[in-house]
Design a protein around this ligand. Structure first.
Ligand SMILES: Cc1ncc(COP(=O)(O)O)c(C=O)c1O
Length: 383
């Protein structure tokens, strides 16, 4: 029932797609990349704006000898020249995988879903990270047909944690090669004959006992989303995001200097319910994100500080100089005691280089008062 509800929510044809329950979106990504037949004449292309769970997949690709390449992002954190980058490796005859997030977990930017077809036309299988996109947007797997979609349920309706899913096209799942077998995935195993045979379809990808109590909560979650309506939810989140961006952008110090540096596009198009920013002092110094985070916590506002497991978007947003960043990462990590404060000290002669940001995420549970309270937190830094 829970699987059917998920497929219905994603407007997926169940003859074409199947659902494998996992521990989280990361587990879904790992299922794909550990089993993808990366080889020396194949490649893994991913966007610089990606969660670390996709960055980490490059290790599997390299282990298989595949070529690894990134699609860059521009100053507004939108993708640059994705198609030419895919073209560069489309002549490779081996298996090719392209991975990108439908929505950035750093900036909230929504990347064009048409990229799915752009990559597929060039012979790529597509792994769409929909973890940050799905909580406030509908997705139709009849309109766009990526081979693999990764998601976590707590992001959709808050509960259950520890449950995610890989939604996979059955044909693409059949091309994966599991690196091992486990309880729950096999039709039979013989120890004396050293034999095993996988269960058909998605069942071969669900290791061990599934989180069945969590799965039992999914019908209630999907009925909440149905009751609210995805179109209404999207409009609500877009309105709150607009209010937040407008409010933060309007904050200035007494001398008229801007108090907030917002990362991501200046325009409001194609972005979801997240905003990453830093508070800036009148002299241009960045207020360390952990200070803003702490003030927010004291005032009962939950924001996240750092790079949000998305170092590629962070490096582009903060304009890191490549060699300096490499030097400072090594320096700060000396003696196995990396701290972001050590990294910040190394990167910052003048205090104007951010090494992390503050992110506010907006969704189903937020209202106008939440936006006002966050703006009040930032206002408390004005002078
Ligand atoms: C875009 C994106 N991808 C992947 C993940 C990983 O999700 P999980 O921690 O549930 O595995 C997250 C989590 O924040 C995310 O925002």
């Amino acid at each position: 029932m829970a699987r059917a509800l998920l497929l219905a929510h994603l407007d997926a044809d169940d003859a074409e797609y199947t659902v494998c329950f996992t521990a989280n979106a990361t587990g879904a990504i790992k299922l794909v990349v550990e089993s993808f037949p990366f080889s020396p004449n194949g490649s893994y292309v991913l966007t610089a704006d990606n969660h670390n769970s996709l960055n980490g997949a490059r290790e599997y690709a390299r282990r298989g000898g595949a070529h690894v390449a990134y699609v860059a992002v521009d100053d507004e954190l939108r993708l640059v020249d994705a198609a030419p980058r895919l073209d560069d490796v489309s002549s490779k005859r081996g298996p090719k995988l392209f991975a990108f997030p439908a929505q950035s977990n750093f900036s909230g930017v929504r990347h064009p879903l048409d990229l799915i077809e752009v990559a597929q036309r060039r012979g790529f299988d597509v792994l769409l990270d929909a973890a940050a996109y799905l909580p406030s947007s509908p997705l139709s797997l009849r309109r766009h047909r990526p081979e693999f979609v990764a998601l976590s349920f707590y992001k959709l309706f808050g509960y259950p944690t520890g449950l995610g899913a890989l939604v996979a096209r059955r044909d693409a799942l059949g091309r994966l090669r599991r690196p091992w077998f486990a309880g729950g995935t096999v039709e039979y195993v013989s120890v004396q004959n050293d034999l095993h045979s996988f269960l058909p379809d998605g069942a071969a990808f669900e290791d061990g006992t599934p989180h069945f109590l969590g799965a039992a909560a999914l019908p209630a979650g999907f009925s909440l989303l149905a009751e609210v309506g995805m179109a209404r939810l999207s409009a609500h989140v877009a309105r709150l995001t607009n209010a937040l961006l407008t409010g933060l952008g309007a904050l200035v110090h007494r001398d008229g200097s801007p108090a907030v540096c917002l990362y991501g596009p200046g325009d409001r198009g194609a972005r979801g319910g997240a905003a990453a920013f830093n508070v800036v002092a009148p002299d241009g110094r960045v207020v360390p994100y952990w200070i803003v985070e702490e003030r927010a916590r004291e005032l009962g506002v939950a924001v996240r500080g750092g790079c949000f497991c998305n170092p590629g978007a962070a490096e582009a947003a903060f304009g890191f100089e490549r060699e300096a960043a490499a030097h400072c990462l090594r320096t700060a990590g000396r003696d196995g005691a990396f701290t972001v404060q050590r990294f910040a000290t190394c990167m910052n002669d003048r205090g104007d280089v951010a090494v992390g940001a503050v992110r506010a995420s907006l969704g189903l549970a937020n209202n106008d008062a939440d936006v006002d309270r966050l703006i009040a937190v930032v206002e408390s830094f004005l002078n």
